[in-house]
Design a protein around this ligand. Structure first.
Ligand code: COA
Length: 178
């Protein structure tokens, strides 16, 4: 579990599944993904996240705003399952319910995940990736100090060749002194 000034990043609970399905059914949250998710697809996604979390003891933490909301989404670390020029690697990512946007929660939680990755885990580098048009997510990356080299833009192998979402930008962050 990680704590920040306003957030708790914690392991997932069964009670998180319903609010996770609600945010995954929201077209505003899914704007830069191929589609919204059904309840079954959302539950399957949560199951994978929890399995990875249980296997490693960390991962994509469930995010709680104490006193306000027991679950607003996830922030944390994951290893991409696909192969690309920059894999294997550890990715930092985030997905919050629309009502939680605009509070600085994503950046605040991500800073705690970065500190955990470079401190507790001793990682040398984190990456993050998204579609070029996902300016909110890119802004979080930039506020974390991540840097993009346009030469590393890539086509996401999990998306079909004609998908308008296939092109991705890659950001990197080196651990201090590494
Ligand atoms: C990407 C996503 C997590 C970003 O959330 P967000 O709330 O916009 O991001 P932040 O936490 O950085 O907060 C943004 C704003 O909160 C505002 N804010 C309000 N109170 C604040 C506070 N106390 N401290 C800091 N910022 C605050 C800031 O003005 C900030 O704006 P800025 O970006 O101009 O600095 C969110 O848009 C999302 O879940 N999108 C859908 C899923 C997705 O696309 N995920 C990424 C896939 S790669």
């Amino acid at each position: 579990m990680l704590r920040t000034e306003r957030l708790i990043l914690r392991p997932w609970r069964d009670a998180d599944l319903a609010p996770f399905a609600a945010l995954n059914a929201d077209p505003r949250v899914r704007e830069h993904f191929p589609s919204c998710l059904t309840r079954a697809e959302s539950d399957a996604s949560a199951h994978k996240i929890r399995a990875a979390f249980d296997a490693h003891g960390y991962g994509l933490w469930a995010v709680e705003v104490p006193g306000a909301a027991p679950f607003v989404g996830f922030i944390g670390l994951a290893e991409p399952s696909f192969t690309a020029p920059f894999t294997p690697c550890v990715e930092i990512g985030w997905r919050l319910a629309h009502a939680a946007w605009g509070n600085g929660y994503a950046t605040e939680g991500a800073r705690a995940a970065v500190a955990f990755a470079f401190g507790h885990l001793g990682l040398a580098e984190l990456v993050s990736m998204t579609t070029p048009g996902n300016t909110r997510s890119r802004h979080v990356m930039e506020k974390l100090g991540m840097r993009r080299d346009p030469a590393e833009d890539f086509d996401h192998p999990n998306l079909p060749p004609r998908s308008p979402l296939r092109r991705h930008v890659l950001y990197r962050l080196r651990a201090p002194g590494r």
